[in-house]
Write a protein that binds this ligand. Structure first.
Ligand code: MEV
Length: 295
């Protein structure tokens, strides 16, 4: 990984973290709190001076990427290299990480050393090209690192990383479409509002009990049930959450927009679950929470 605000001969570098939402996805769109954690997986971008229109150097067929570039970078004169360890479309914040990395690299090119908050603000403008009207939780936690309580209109609050338990990610292998799922939840309101309010309350309960695996496990399980009631889970995600619970996880929930993507499981020790997942032919990996970015 490169210095998050670094520049060097031959280009300008930027890095963005991936994320998992520990609680409060979808609820956060409507002003409820969410609890999110940056992960050590992420995206690096290198900008190179080039002649002609700004473009991604390797072929990528996503028109939303072109739209994000047009928001974050000058129209002319840059080649963009992208290197990512994040699964795409799995609710782990790949577009936010990309936009944070692009924003950091562009600000480095301008000779600036922005705060994580400034990076997050710029990156959010780029992430709108991907997801319409994101709440900002993904870009904020990607830029700031660590664990954050995020609520629209309030200062994000950094929390110490959890002790005594860890996360295992189980990947459904299916991409979810955040914009479409957010629209689906909007159409299901006001019927789903009590679930969204409860998810917000659970985020604050989780923030207050981050080191308590038993409480976190219960919160994950209730959050998953609420998200299913909101309509964003799938049979595959329900199966992965059940699988995790029957193989050592204290709690498990879908993380991100749903409709596909990943389940996160809270475990005291990842060994049993990872072994069982491997034997069952499932894609699963232990996932470390990233340290906060320096101010
Ligand atoms: C996506 O990671 C989280 C959602 O709440 C959307 C958003 O906050 O913009 C589903």
């Amino acid at each position: 990984m490169v210095d998050s605000s670094g520049s060097e001969r031959g280009g300008w570098l930027g890095r963005g973290r991936g994320k998992v939402i520990l609680c409060g996805e979808h609820a956060v769109v409507y002003g409820h709190p969410a609890l999110a954690a940056a992960v050590t997986l992420g995206t690096e971008v290198r900008l190179r001076a080039e002649t002609g229109p700004t473009r991604v150097l390797e072929a990528r067929a996503d028109p939303r990427l072109e739209a994000a570039l047009s928001v974050l970078l000058p129209a002319e004169g840059l080649g963009v290299e992208i290197d990512s360890t994040l699964p795409v479309g799995r609710g782990m914040g790949s577009s936010a990480a990309l936009c944070v990395a692009l924003a950091r690299a562009e600000l480095a090119r301008q000779g600036r050393r922005p705060s994580p908050g400034e990076v997050a603000d710029l990156a959010l403008a780029g992430d709108r090209a991907f997801h319409g009207n994101p709440s900002g939780v993904d870009t904020t936690v990607s830029a700031m690192g660590g664990v954050l309580r995020f609520q629209r209109g309030a200062e994000p609050r950094a929390l110490p990383g959890p002790r005594g338990w860890r996360l295992v990610v189980l990947d459904s292998g299916v991409a979810g479409h955040t914009g479409a799922l957010v629209a689906q939840v909007a159409a299901a309101r006001p019927g789903v509002d009590p679930h969204l309010a409860r998810l917000g309350a659970l985020s604050d309960l989780a923030a207050a009990n981050l080191d308590d695996l038993g409480v976190i496990g219960e919160i994950f399980n209730e959050a998953h049930a609420r998200l299913r009631a909101v309509g964003v889970s799938t049979p595959a995600l329900d199966h992965l959450a059940d699988f995790a619970r029957t193989h050592g996880a204290v709690g498990a929930k879908l993380s991100g927009a749903g409709g596909g993507g990943v389940v996160i499981a809270a475990v005291a020790d990842s060994g049993d679950l990872l072994r069982a997942a491997s034997e069952a032919g499932l894609t699963a990996f232990a996932c470390d929470i990233a340290a906060p970015e320096p101010p």
